[in-house]
Design a protein around this ligand. Structure first.
Ligand SMILES: N[C@@H](CCC(=O)N[C@@H](CS)C(=O)NCC(=O)O)C(=O)O
Length: 232
């Protein structure tokens, strides 16, 4: 059984997408990041970066003590290797998936995250910062669009690369993007959006909607972190 330490954000959705797709049994442990649950010692013990998602696998393949994993890319890779699904085995195919997984982890995720921050949450609107991240997000969408021009999914069959990318395209409007400008991304997005596992994963998130805390109430907690938040 997998315990998923989860909140209803793009990085959280990645893991419910995987678990629903692979049909693994799991339980959700809500970590309400607006309420500060990510700083609780029991969560930090498995996720020292005070970020969701994290998992604990109580039945590791090789037996023994439970294994905990933080960082969504590492979790996807761990689960794909554990189950032998959503990642190809042939080395050439596998490295294609890994490249696009890392592209999301190092590029689309952080850039779209800063885009959300400066466009939606920053207390002052800083045009330079907004333009910088909206443009960079657009550049990354164009890279993805080109990649999808001659294939259905990002790398071979539907894989952990698509799963990592999809939840970061869901909020495209908040990122200042229009999907019509990226027709291959639009087609790919619609295909993934209708997969039964995708629908189930996003349905799971609905149960937590009423626990969401407004950005105004959690602003200090989320956007005022420093070395002191880790040291205390
Ligand atoms: N690189 C990390 C990023 C995780 C991340 O940024 N998680 C956010 C939610 S999407 C979070 O937990 N934020 C809590 C905080 O900022 O304190 C991953 O992919 O797992």
């Amino acid at each position: 059984m997998i315990e998923l330490y989860y909140w209803t954000t793009p990085n959280g959705h990645k893991i419910t997408l995987f678990l629903e797709e692979a049909g693994l049994s799991y339980t959700l442990v809500p970590i309400n990041i607006g309420a500060g649950d990510q700083f609780k010692p029991e969560f930090l013990a498995i996720s020292p970066n005070n970020r969701i998602p994290a998992i604990v696998d109580h039945e590791p393949t090789e037996g023994g003590d439970p294994i905990s994993v933080f960082e969504s890319g590492a979790i996807l890779l761990y689960l794909a290797e554990k189950t032998g699904t959503l990642i190809p085995t042939a080395i050439r195919d596998r490295v294609e998936v890994l490249q696009w997984l890392f592209w999301q982890m190092g590029g689309l995720g952080p850039m779209a995250g800063q885009n959300h921050h400066f466009s939606q949450y920053a207390p002052e609107k800083i045009p330079y910062a907004i333009d910088r991240y909206v443009n960079e997000t657009g550049r990354l969408y164009a890279v993805l669009d080109k990649r999808l021009s001659d294939r259905e999914f990002v790398a071979g069959d539907y894989s952990i690369a698509d799963i990592a990318i999809y939840p970061w395209i869901v909020p495209y409007e908040r990122q200042g993007q229009k999907l019509e400008a990226f027709p291959n991304v639009q087609r790919w997005f619609a295909t993934i959006g209708t997969r039964p596992a995708t629908l189930r994963a996003y349905e799971k998130a609905e149960a937590f909607k009423n626990q969401a805390i407004s950005v105004e109430q959690s602003r200090d907690l989320l956007f005022n972190q420093s070395a002191n938040s880790v040291k205390r």
